[in-house]
Design a protein around this ligand. Structure first.
Ligand SMILES: [Zn+2]
Length: 240
């Protein structure tokens, strides 16, 4: 029962994450105006804003003008619900769980912004990163210097890559990897970097991006991180 409630809370938060990821890069308020159809500008009623349910009921179209709604809405809502449920299973209602929910929020918002605009505003990192630093200070996975050393290694590595091949990786991608390196250490960073490269190549292949064409890489990082996190039980057993 609690799991179902957590899943429902997750899909509601997923709806909010989509709104933030859609509006923040455009410097639009996340409070006003209320959600509306981008084609006919009709404000959505409460019934039309029910996460997942509304999309199914409206068969993916605007009630007024019939314009197709993006499939990203239900996908983001469902994935957020699933992640909230998995986090609850792993960490329950604890500070660890709260930390993972914050991490999930950052990843999901960043994925939406990257898929829509290939741009992730710095304000997102400025909001979340201090919270991660505070959490890791009170709940360290390792000695503080190890997190700092992993972060330094990550920064130096990306700096070198950027000098050798400018713009080969987006700034937001590097910042997400810095978050991972700082919070989870060097080993996690290197494994997720490898998994992301494989996932990213698959994404580029499936979506037929050209070799020299920029494409959104944050989804690959997010998928790889959660695969790594939920796929290594010993990591969970040792605490987070
Ligand atoms: Zn419409």
């Amino acid at each position: 029962m609690v799991g179902i409630l957590v899943f429902l809370a997750g899909i509601c938060m997923g709806s909010f994450f989509h709104l933030v990821g859609e509006r923040l890069p455009m410097k639009r308020s996340i409070l006003f105006p209320r959600s509306h159809c981008e084609v006919c500008q009709q404000s959505l009623s409460m019934v039309d804003m029910l996460p997942l349910v509304s999309y199914v009921m409206l068969q993916g179209s605007c009630r007024r003008c019939g314009a197709r709604l993006s499939k990203l809405y239900p996908i983001i809502e469902f994935v957020s619900g699933l992640l909230f449920l998995l986090i609850y299973r792993v960490a329950g209602f604890s500070f660890e769980g709260l930390f993972l929910v914050l991490l999930c929020s950052l990843f999901v918002i960043a994925v939406v912004s990257d898929l829509l605009y290939m741009r992730i505003p710095n304000v997102l990192f400025l909001f979340f990163f201090p919270l991660f630093v505070i959490y890791r200070t009170f709940h360290p996975l390792f000695h503080w210097w190890e997190g700092a050393a992993s972060l330094l290694f990550c920064v130096l590595m990306f700096y070198t890559v950027d000098r050798l091949k400018p713009n080969s990786m987006g700034g937001a991608d590097m910042k997400l990897f810095c978050v991972i390196a700082f919070c989870f250490g060097l080993k996690a960073f290197l494994i997720i970097l490898f998994l992301s490269s494989v996932t990213g190549m698959l994404h580029a292949k499936i979506c037929s991006f050209r070799a020299d064409e920029p494409f959104p890489f944050v989804p690959a990082i997010a998928i790889s991180f959660w695969l790594y996190f939920f796929g290594i039980p010993i990591f969970i057993q040792n605490g987070i």
